[in-house]
Design a protein around this ligand. Structure first.
Ligand SMILES: Cc1ncc(COP(=O)(O)O)c(C=O)c1O
Length: 306
């Protein structure tokens, strides 16, 4: 259950992250991010002149053991994490790791910025509650209508302990504007009250779930066996792993000729690692379009295998 006094409206989760970066850290401060992470979050943090340190992840999400080691050497202002249906890996952080992460945040006194924009886009099985539900003092959660209603609305929210809002309220852009996006908020409030948001969410969840299942089935058939990929339980993305000797960025020009696109793995970390990985999205295209594109992708990979 979300209590309204714990919510602060923003013009998108991106705007929420930017606001927090300006209010909860100073230029030059260290912040931790996962590697890989949402590539535009990196841009937002860089735009605030923060010093970014990467923490490794694995198939259970953020590696909390590696994080514990790093905390012996570094003191971050906050850690930015995507604990649910991660962009780009689609992994969800386990409950055990969520508890450990919160314990570490308490011990080392840093904030956890939990980007939970895919929390409600679950297609298959159990999803843990929002990180904010595990702790209400160290977690600042980002949600957004972008993924569940429409990105053009530029409407989203921060969920945290109300005492943190005084820090955000002192921020010039909030003081000067007196708040964010009240007109759109009123329209979306009506959509919620009338039950339209619920029925729309049910519909998109069904569509995305079908697209996701279909893409996984097609990829299983058309990709060379040496190419691995995650099987998402929610969110928008499939994360593919090519043999080490292939740099996905170098395939982009050929992909364009084949009229397909993807995001190369090197985009998703400050160190530009993950060169043999790439991210594709199943949410946007219908089944026929995505099947055609996956076949093209399979051909492209096959032509580069040694
Ligand atoms: C993890 C993550 N956070 C934030 C965003 C952007 O959200 P918004 O449109 O609310 O700014 C995206 C969009 O791709 C995303 O994947």
């Amino acid at each position: 259950m979300v209590r309204p006094e714990r919510l602060f409206l923003t013009a998108g989760a991106s705007h929420g992250l930017d606001l927090i970066s300006g209010c909860f850290a100073q230029p030059g401060d260290t912040v931790f991010v996962e590697a890989p992470t949402y590539f535009l979050a990196l841009k937002i943090l860089q735009g605030r002149n923060l010093r970014i340190v990467s923490v490794p992840t694995d198939s259970d999400g953020l590696d909390v053991v590696a994080l514990e080691h790093l905390l012996e050497m570094e003191k971050p202002a906050f850690l930015y994490t995507i604990p649910v249906h991660h962009n780009p890996t689609s992994v969800t952080l386990s409950v055990v790791r969520r508890r450990k992460l919160i314990e570490l945040a308490e011990k080392h006194k840093f904030f956890i910025i939990a980007d939970e924009v895919y929390q409600l886009l679950n297609y298959n099985g159990y999803t843990p509650s929002r990180l904010a539900a595990f702790d209400d003092s160290r977690v600042i959660s980002l949600g957004s209508f972008s993924k569940i209603l429409a990105p053009g609305l530029r409407l989203a929210w921060i969920e945290t302990e109300p005492k943190h809002f005084s820090v955000l309220g002192r921020c010039g852009v909030i003081k000067s504007g007196g708040g964010v996006n009240p007109f759109t908020s009123a329209i979306v409030e009506s959509a919620i009250t009338l039950g339209l948001q619920d029925s729309y969410l049910e519909r998109v969840r069904k569509v995305y779930s079908q697209r996701c299942a279909h893409m996984i089935q097609v990829l299983d058939h058309v990709l060379p066996k040496v190419v691995g990929f995650t099987k998402p339980k929610g969110g928008f993305f499939v994360w593919l792993k090519l043999p080490q000797y292939i740099d996905s960025k170098e395939l982009l020009a050929e992909a364009q000729i084949l009229k397909i696109g993807f995001r190369p793995g090197s985009l998703f970390s400050q160190e530009e690692g993950f060169t043999n990985f790439l991210r594709i999205c199943f949410a946007y295209y219908n089944e026929a379009e995505s099947e055609w594109a996956c076949k093209q992708l399979g051909r492209l990979f096959s032509s580069h295998l040694q």
